[in-house]
Each structure stands twice: as C-alpha cells, then as structure tokens.
Write a protein of this length. Structure first.
Lengths: 255, 255
C-alpha cells in the first residue's frame, strides 16, 4: 500500500510539474516568427496537451488551422476537411490553456464578430489580462479560412494567406474557440481577439473571418499568467528578424 | 523509511510545482505598467524566491532598486544604502531565474557597458532568446542610480527618474546582475540589456548607468521560457493604459 502511495506521489510529481497551472496561457513560439515563415514543428501534440485542453494554433509546415477543444486536437486542412490529429503531429505556433470558465452568459442573437467582441469586453472589462473565449451555438453563417501545407524554403505567412482557401457555412452548429490577448503582446501573439471555429460534428472549421450568430452561450476564462516557450535549438527561429514592427503584416494575414 | 520517502515525495510535489522550471525567466507585471505608475506590491519576496535566485526589479512604492543574487534579495535605497530585505517585502515588478550558467568567459579589461554588450552578444548570438547575465569583477568605475519611495497618487516613472539620486563608485569589486531580453518583449520588459550592480561587500549598488571594468568574468544563462504573471486583482493594473508605444518613456527612464 505504501509502495503504491509512493509510486502515485512520484507519478504526480513527474506529471504535475510538467503541466501548466490553471489560470495560464501557454504559448509555443511567437506570432512574428510565424509571420516570417518559421513553420518547423517545435512541440508535439502530446506535449501541447500537457499544457492545456483548449486553444488554437497551426501545424508543422503550416499544414492547416488547429483547434484544441476538450483535450482533443483538430486539424482543419486546406481542402476544408477536418481530422483529429495523432499526438505525434507537431506545431510551430499554438496557444492553449486548461479552460475553466469564470463567467457564462447568453449571447445576443444575430450578433456578428464585432458585436460578440463588445459583449465579451463588457463582461470581462480588464483588457490587460488574457481571456480564453468559447462560444457554443447555432450560427446563421460562418466564414473561415485555412492554409495549405508549405514546402521549404518557407514563404512568409502573408504570401500564403494571399491565396488562402475560404469556407462559407450556413445554419451550422459548433464552437468558437480562442483568446483575447492584451495589446502589449504585440509581436508575441495577436492583440485583441483571435478565434477559430469547429462544427458540432467536427467536420468543418477554420480561422474565423466573420460570422452571424443565431443563438448561443459564451464562456470566458480570465487568465493572468502567460507562459511563453521559445524554440531554443531551432536555427530558423534564431535567424528570424523579430525586431521589426510587423503589425501591418499581422493585420493582413488575420483578415 | 517508506513513510519518510512518501513524505519527501509529497513535499517535493508541493514545492516543485510551485516553482518555475530551469531555463525560465519569471516576471511579475510589465515594464509599461511600472512606467505609468503601477507601484503597488503584487508579489512577496518569499514568493519571488520560489521563482528564482537571481534577478532584478524594484519594491512596493518604487522604494529602491532590487538585486536578487544567490537567493538573497537586496534593496538599494535612494540614499545609497543597501539592506537585505525581509521576505515580506513585496514587488510591483521583478524578473528572476534560477541562474545556471551555460557559458563562462573572461572579459576584456577596460571594457565599458557597450563593449560588454558586444562580448555577450558574440558569445550568445541568438538574440531571440532571453539571457541572464552575471559579471563578477573589479570595476575601475561604476555609475548607478536608485529611486526614492513614492506616495500615492503615484507619479509616472519618468517624473521620478528625472530627479533620481546617482552614485559614482571607483575601484570597486562586485557583481553585475541582469538580463538581455529579445526585442519582441517591448512593452512587457526592457529590450536589450538591463543590469543592476551590487558591491562585493553588499553595501553599494543600483541600476547601472555606466561602468568601466578593470578585470572580471562573465557568465550567461540562455533562457527559452518566459513566465509572465499579471496582477489579476490590482485595480491600478486594470486601469493602466498599456496599449500605447512607450519606447521613448522607457528610453528616458533607463538612462
């Protein structure tokens, strides 16, 4: 019995210390590294799930949009198909948390992206904190994009999104997953809202460009800790010029 | 024996998970919050030492410059005196790590601040990572400043440093302690080098404005993880306008 307890305690020690505490956004790499084409995978799906069960990102070689929901990782590919990924898949850029909502609220019907932003900002007014956002509902329309797998030498993200496949869905149920980040993350993550979508049946989704909500519920999780992990040994990351203001590039690729 | 092992494992579990892993810069609050006058203490010295044994910062009410070295916290007051602080003292802004140098090197004699920066950058060329820097040696000259304790309503940092007390030391032994941060931390920490000084006898120090090294050794610890903790419940932090570019203000206060 004591041996069992000891083993359990040691296992907890090993597992517990590898995971991120509650109230934390964990992030792999920086958005500006992604903008300049650092698409090598730096972290496996397995390791990502140790840091959170909820979030967004992309895949090695920029192979589609990532949605992490309820501890599963979904890949929205450039052809519009969705697969649940093998945990060996790796990511160059992702943000996750253990989603534990502080506030749940009904959303105003017929809200678009801007109206939802306003509602979340009213409910979670401290914009100097991070905020994980989940919206579950029926959408009259949902407009998303994905990105196609790239070959080396990797082009900058702006070149890829200039020819991005876009998807238009109507009368679709599903979940909006993402974060509101403080303005001061500029260069590191996306200031403001960055949201991805996955349909209830997990067959459609992508990086959200716009939507109209029919009816739904919102959940927000205020997060005051931010854990950034940089790809220490990646030559592409070391060589990236991350000293410039890339706000305009970011604005271009988020559209 | 097994009970002892079990107790030890559980203690490690409790302690281990509260501390920051190696290879990590832990930071309380943001430099821009400090610039606008968020000087309330958000973290005790005790809790800060759980996150690192090496680093720099300031104290509640901007009461002097902080040096954390070998697990002790020193306060360089505005009158130039230095005390080792009680762990109940709290900080509005500090950055620490568990210092575990990757590279040790001899420094070129007669180096000034700029020459030391060059040497560190040659030895640790990946400027997209964080880097803790310690320089132990004899200094022909050392020029520092501190800041005086403020009263509410707190003025912005620029107003305080406009009348900062400065200290000029000659032929003094001691330690330079600080960080080189990537450019992309702008708004969150100080891009480039941010170094404090404490004399070998722990009686003099401050935020470094300039120096000339007579002879010394450098140590650098490359750090690829950055853990930012924001003061979730502090009204002053919530109310701070952290959306503006404050590079010029920062430049003014770092001089």
């Amino acid at each position: 019995m004591k041996n069992l307890l000891l083993a359990a305690a040691l296992a907890l020690l090993a597992a517990g210390c590898a995971t991120t505490p509650d109230n934390t956004v964990f992030q792999m790499s920086t958005i500006d590294a992604l903008l300049v084409g650092v698409y090598d995978g730096h972290l496996s799906g397995r390791d990502l799930l140790r840091q959170g069960n909820f979030g967004i990102g992309t895949f090695e070689a920029l192979d589609g949009e990532m949605v992490v929901l309820d501890g599963r990782i979904y890949q929205v590919k450039a052809d519009g198909s969705v697969v649940e990924v093998n945990h060996d898949a790796s990511t160059p850029f992702a943000s996750v948390c253990f989603f534990n909502p502080d506030i749940r609220f009904d959303l105003t019907p017929a809200s678009d992206f801007a109206a939802i932003e306003e509602q979340v900002n009213r409910i979670a007014p401290n914009q100097n904190l991070f905020c994980a956002v989940r919206i579950s509902g029926k959408f009259k329309s949902m407009h998303t994009r994905s990105v196609p797998r790239q070959q080396k030498p990797y082009p900058p993200l702006k070149q890829v999104t200039a020819r991005q496949p876009e998807f238009f869905m109507e009368d679709i149920e599903g979940d909006v997953v993402g974060f509101r980040c403080p303005e001061f993350v500029k260069g590191v993550n996306v200031p403001g809202f960055h949201l991805h979508f996955i349909s209830r049946d997990r067959t459609q989704g992508g990086h959200i460009l716009g939507f109209e909500l029919a009816e739904g519920r919102g959940e927000v999780d205020l997060l005051s800790r931010f854990h950034l992990q940089l790809p220490q040994d990646a030559e592409s990351f070391a060589a990236a010029d991350l000293s410039r203001d890339r706000s305009e590039e970011l604005h271009a690729v988020e559209k």
